[in-house]
Design a protein around this ligand. Structure first.
Ligand SMILES: O=C(O)CCC(=O)C(=O)O
Length: 447
């Protein structure tokens, strides 16, 4: 090889090496910057939550996996919990049944975390009517690790113990749940037990027991729950939301609080319009809905003077209570006999546009629903009995003589009386089970 060629070759080789090393150092630099940025991002996102149990930012939400062992319960209870400053909400894993718990916590100067929870654990078949009130104390045993004991709120007896680990933000598997939790809980107003007293507390201004009617369990009829002025205001809200009505067989309907997800497989939560939010707030204030099952879904039905709704029960997607407000016209409301396992039925009857339940035998009780009244029912009346508002061809309804009229004293009515029917609007308020809202996010991993 000539000297010039050798020189060219060497220069080329040197240049090549230089280009190569330049390429690899640039690549190294890009990777370095990328990794550094990710670590920095991870630190920024994880630090306020993971470094300490006490969230530093007011809106900080931390996410936890827990295992609990309860006295008298054979299996280990596992699940997920979301903590915000002074508030905690927990959802047991589906393998432990469904349920929900929420409550509050505080940090004592001694470093002990103290709190209280209202706990429901249920299956579709068995729905507790009142929550289990538990107290807990916990200590941080390592960063992001808690150990604690549970106590029965009434007897103060220890009922179990638990361990909770914070799920770091960076764990891929938790992202969906995190996103859901952040979305769901960020939209809720700050929770305080004082604002939502437990069911058994006597702090509510309304004494529901005064309005209990009939022999079935438990049905309440509250006359004039809404004022005449409120009824007029609702009329203008309905006029403003004219475009939301959907025509169904025998009635028009507005569904508020959830809608079908884009893939059609589930439901996604939607904010209720302000007028319905204030109706729901009042129902919560009056202790009609337990704190852990806040009203989150409303069906507004509009009937002409001759229309009604076929006998049905509300299906297992709601729990554990329903409140029906009536406006503008009276109508008779029938309950049928108990049919255990009724709500397991998930079919839809296309002919009546109601869940496909068939009552077994004649009605057992009748109520006259006056305008501005509120009907509330739960327990077996909600789970095991069909209800109905009958269509009425001549818009004149005769209250039956063969079926007990259980609220005659509160509705100023008697058996055999003829009641004129006009256009009627009912506002049916329920709690749609959380588990149905974005079900894909309920992919729990046991610890
Ligand atoms: O209009 C009523 O009073 C009954 C409504 C009802 O049963 C329902 O919305 O499921």
């Amino acid at each position: 090889m000539h000297a010039a060629d050798r020189c060219r070759h060497l220069r080329a080789a040197a240049y090549g090496r230089q280009v190569g090393s330049l390429r690899s150092s640039r690549c190294f630099f890009v990777i370095f910057v990328h990794v550094f940025a990710r670590v920095l991002l991870w630190c920024i996102m994880a630090m306020p939550c993971a470094a300490d149990f006490i969230p530093r930012a007011a809106e900080c939400t931390s996410y936890w996996s827990f295992r609990a062992r309860l006295r008298d319960v054979d299996h280990l209870l596992t699940g997920e919990a979301v903590a915000r400053p002074s508030e905690v909400r927990a959802v047991p894993a589906p393998s432990c049944g469904h349920g929900f718990a929420c409550g509050s916590w505080t940090l004592r100067p001694s470093g002990i975390i103290e709190g209280s929870l209202q706990l429901y654990v249920y299956t579709v078949d068995s729905m507790p009517d009142s929550p289990m009130d538990v107290l807990f104390i916990a200590v941080k045993v390592a960063p992001g690790q808690l150990r604690g004991c549970l106590f029965d709120a009434e007897s103060k007896r220890e009922t179990g113990f638990f361990a909770a680990s914070e799920v770091p933000w960076s764990r891929l598997a938790c992202r969906t749940i995190r996103r859901r939790a952040v979305r769901e809980y960020a939209s809720l107003p700050p929770f305080s037990l004082a604002a939502h007293p437990p069911l058994r507390a006597q702090a509510t201004p309304l004494r529901l027991e005064d309005y209990r009617v009939g022999a079935q369990s438990p049905v309440y009829y509250i006359p004039a729950y809404f004022s005449a002025a409120e009824e007029v205001a609702i009329s203008s809200q309905l006029t403003a939301s004219e475009h939301l009505w959907r025509s169904m067989r025998g009635r028009r309907v507005q569904e508020c609080g959830s809608s079908l997800s884009a893939d059609g497989k589930g439901l996604v939560a939607e904010e209720l319009p302000p007028w319905l939010q204030s109706v729901c707030q009042r129902l919560q204030r009056d202790g009609i809905f337990p704190a852990v099952f806040p009203p989150n879904h409303v069906t507004v039905n509009e009937y002409t003077r001759t229309q009604g709704i076929a006998a049905h029960a509300d299906g297992p997607i709601y729990a554990p209570v329903v409140a029906i407000a009536s406006f503008y016209s009276s109508a008779a409301f029938y309950f049928y006999g108990r049919q255990p396992r009724l709500r397991k039925e998930l079919q839809w009857d296309e002919n009546t546009d109601t869940p496909a339940h068939k009552p077994d035998g004649p009605p057992v009780e009748c109520l006259l629903l006056r305008p501005r009244s509120l009907l509330v029912f739960s327990g077996s009346a909600f789970r095991e009995q069909c209800h109905e508002v009958r269509a009425c061809a001549d818009a004149r309804e005769t209250l039956p003589t063969s079926v007990p009229l259980v609220n005659g004293h509160l509705a100023n009515a008697e058996q055999g009386q003829v009641v004129e029917r006009g256009r009627r609007v009912s506002v049916t308020v329920r709690h749609l089970l959380d588990i149905l809202l974005s079900p894909e996010s309920f992919t729990f991993t046991d610890l």
